[in-house]
Design a protein. Structure first.
Length: 430
């Protein structure tokens, strides 16, 4: 399919177009951006899309989440992470089946698409059913089975390997697969080592929760004599990639940050989840000075409790500036890069998250007629600091519309709402 977006205003942190003033034509040829120019002439067989009322930017990359936790949204507020997990989440997750996860994931994908996300990181279970949902929705995702060593760790590691072999680089390259040892408090060091070794053999990344709470770090230090990051480095887990995508990293010191930098790791920041669970606020000055690839994730919908990346990156920017007491410490362009190209890099998607010829045609069209984007003094500033997701009009992934004028193409939202509702009631009742 060849589509020509005519007279679009563009926003791309990677290319230095941050105010949305440049007006261009964008040629989408197959799955890629075939050209961006002041004027591109139409020809026979090209579908014309009048983009004169839209701001076009790369789709958001949600670098950490658990899609099917939409089923558990609202079941536990005002509790810390360990209580939230052990008393509320784990017991209900034990009741889930593959269809539950499938429909919960579809709802999460719909919410993400409708708020401008085109690529998702995912760690959960019944991941074959998640992959089925991603394939139908038409988006990109890097999927991992969240595993622990609390029971049959070896069997789980084998299943993870089988999953990676089955799904990595499938769906025309839209789906990647990875290993997902859950966290230091659920996965023993020996089990985590096994995940890194298998990931290294298969050339995929490792997704893992790290240093999310002070209790997690203190308990690990008491057991092993060092923080999780320092211990993993001393044991050689980070030697010779795989690349690491570490979620949260709220409680780190300078040594931990430099270890991740030297390992070429990425950190997925989840500010709203951390704030809601009372997990704390990272030392953003330390993170920004470390050189680690910083990206943005929403976490799951039971701890955030939405999957709106625009809201997430705005909150991140506010807390970064407030906690460092320096409004100039992080630019608008850098925040957008964290939410787009940095996340794509962390998930292993080349040519995603930027507007340039040859890049993936993963585009979001924001309606400039929305009152939150008026008066148009600086469209990039308006989008980051005043807009909301209702202004997302259309979304394209790999050159195909996954939502056009607020109508989803691959998800029957009415059916998904019904299915999620009845399944969530069953889980809530235990």
């Amino acid at each position: 399919m060849v589509t020509l977006l005519k007279s679009a205003r563009i926003l791309d942190a990677e290319r230095g177009t941050g105010d949305g003033t440049r007006v261009v034509d964008i040629l989408v040829d197959g799955t890629k951006i075939g050209g961006i120019s002041d004027r591109i002439d139409s020809r026979e067989g090209i579908s014309i899309f009048d983009a004169s009322k839209y701001l076009v930017m790369p789709g958001f990359v949600n670098a950490h989440g658990h899609l099917a936790m939409t089923l558990l949204r609202g079941l536990a507020d005002e509790v810390a992470l360990d209580v939230w997990l052990k008393q509320y989440m784990f017991p209900r997750e034990a009741l889930m089946n593959g269809d539950d996860v499938y429909y919960g994931s579809l709802l999460g994908l719909a919410e993400g698409i409708m708020s401008g996300t085109t690529t998702f990181a995912e760690m959960y279970f019944f991941e074959d059913d998640v992959a089925r949902a991603v394939e139908e929705a038409g988006v990109r995702a890097n999927l991992s089975i969240g595993t622990s060593s609390l029971d049959d760790g070896l069997g789980k590691l084998e299943k993870s390997e089988e999953f990676v072999v089955r799904w990595n680089n499938k769906a025309e390259g839209r789906i990647k697969a990875s290993f997902g040892p859950h966290a230091p408090y659920t996965a023993s060091p020996a089990f985590v080592r096994g995940n890194f070794e298998h990931a290294r053999d298969l050339g995929v990344i490792v997704q893992v929760h790290l240093h999310e709470t002070r209790k997690e770090v203190e308990d690990f230090v008491a057991a092993y004599g060092a923080s999780p990051i320092t211990y993993y480095a001393d044991q050689g887990f980070f030697d010779n990639p795989p690349a690491v995508l570490a979620a949260h990293c709220v409680h780190m010191d300078a040594r931990d940050a430099h270890i991740l930098e030297d390992a070429g790791a990425s950190i997925a920041l989840n500010i709203q989840s951390n704030l809601k669970l009372g997990s704390g606020i990272p030392d953003y000055r330390l993170l920004l000075e470390s050189g680690v690839n910083l990206c943005v994730g929403t976490d799951g919908a039971a701890s955030n409790d939405n999957l709106d990346m625009l809201e997430e990156v705005r909150t991140l920017g506010l807390v970064m500036r407030g906690s460092t007491k320096d409004a100039s410490r992080i630019s608008n362009a850098s925040l957008f890069a964290m939410a787009t190209s940095n996340g794509a890099r962390a998930l292993g998607f080349d040519g995603v998250g930027t507007l340039t010829e040859g890049a993936a045609a993963d585009l979001v069209l924001w309606d400039l007629d929305d009152e939150s984007l008026c008066p148009g003094n600086n469209a990039g500033s308006h989008l980051l600091w005043s807009a909301n997701s209702r202004a997302v009009d259309s979304v394209m992934v790999a050159g195909s519309w996954v939502m056009e004028h607020r109508e989803l193409s691959g998800i029957d939202l009415e059916k998904v709402r019904f299915e999620v509702g009845r399944r969530a009631r069953r889980l809530a009742n235990g």
